[in-house]
Design a protein around this ligand. Structure first.
Ligand code: DC
Length: 233
């Protein structure tokens, strides 16, 4: 028999705080957090390593089709493996993020990751974040949230993050990058970034992390999740 699972889909633009929120919600509810962006990033890393240009649809699709992307969990944290190598640390750069945004427009790349994403959600209760979770990957998810924030707020958060890591950065450039990434993610033909009709919009521009976490849990509860002292029953 299929296990009884509850699925929370959380979509939204780059830098809206999806992963921070999803990780916290997962911990609070005892759910598995699935970061689908990391899978696209692993594909992007592969293309960068092979020197494939993002415009080369055939080469990208071929490389993606042959790549083995797998997910494992170490101490509850998602690790992404590319052909058996743990690349979780190497995918967190702006270069990889931009490449991921470019190559995720190709249907072959998306098709290759869809099965993996759905199989993870079939096994256990998940909160899955991405761009097309509520619209395409898990259209029947019990709860859907579209988390956004203004480009200025997202750019400022990213700027502070990079500064803390001691990386050189420029606020205007980061904001421009975010706007361009939004445009690419929203305007592609294959599974564009879009709020699902039954998703609840949460604008976190002027909300703290705890408030957004509470808002997401409220959505899940309003869609039938039973919680007892923060733990899913
Ligand atoms: O969330 P992120 O920044 O790690 O995602 C990187 C890119 O991957 C994003 O710009 C678009 C793509 N992506 C996607 O197309 N669909 C998803 N479900 C997740 C990410």
């Amino acid at each position: 028999m299929e296990p009884q699972v509850f699925r929370i889909a959380i979509d939204g633009p780059a830098g809206a705080g999806k992963s921070t929120i999803a990780r916290r919600v997962a911990k609070g509810l005892g759910f598995v957090y699935v970061d689908t962006g990391a899978m696209y990033r692993a594909m992007a890393l592969l293309c960068l390593r092979k020197g494939i240009r993002p415009e080369d649809a055939q080469a990208v699709s071929q490389a993606a089709g042959a790549a083995q992307i797998t997910i494992s969990y170490i101490a509850g944290e998602q690790r992404v493996l590319l052909d058996g190598e743990d690349v979780s640390g190497q995918i967190r750069t702006e270069e990889v993020g931009n490449m991921a945004s470019a190559i995720s427009a190709y249907p072959a790349v998306r098709a290759h990751l869809l099965g993996l994403q759905r199989s993870l959600a079939a096994r256990s209760s998940v909160i899955m974040d991405g761009r097309d979770i509520g619209t395409c990957v898990l259209p029947d998810a019990e709860a859907k949230v579209f988390l956004t924030a203004s480009p200025q707020v997202r750019a400022m958060r990213r700027f502070k993050e990079l500064k803390e890591k001691g990386e050189m950065c420029n606020l205007q450039e980061i904001e421009q990058d975010i706007i361009e990434r939004d445009q690419r993610d929203m305007n592609r033909a294959a599974s564009p970034l879009k709020q699902a009709e039954d998703a609840v919009l949460v604008d976190g521009s002027h909300m703290g992390i705890d408030q957004v976490v509470a808002a997401v849990i409220d959505v899940a509860v309003s869609r039938g999740l039973k919680v007892d002292s923060g733990v899913w029953k």
